[in-house]
Design a protein around this ligand. Sequence first.
Ligand code: FES
Length: 87
Amino acid sequence: MYGFKPIAVNETAGTKHYCACGNSNNKPYCDGSHKGSGKTPSVIEITEAKQVYICDCSGSNNKPFCDGTHKKKAEDGHGHSCSCGKN
Ligand code: FES
């Protein structure tokens, strides 16, 4: 399930596997829950320790990072997971 806003992480350097299916129980990281969904995690190399904001609304055009799209989705009344098809 997708969330309402990005997940802030004080990230360490290294290869990261960020959840792209919305089903992980260890967000923002992949926990293998995507199996059978046809989706795969976003594999990103973080070169230095820094704070990152990982998209959890599924709408970012810069995934896995937040681009602020969740704010527009909230304004449209779709800043949440629902069955309307506009998540
Ligand atoms: S658990 Fe979501 S992409 Fe792996």
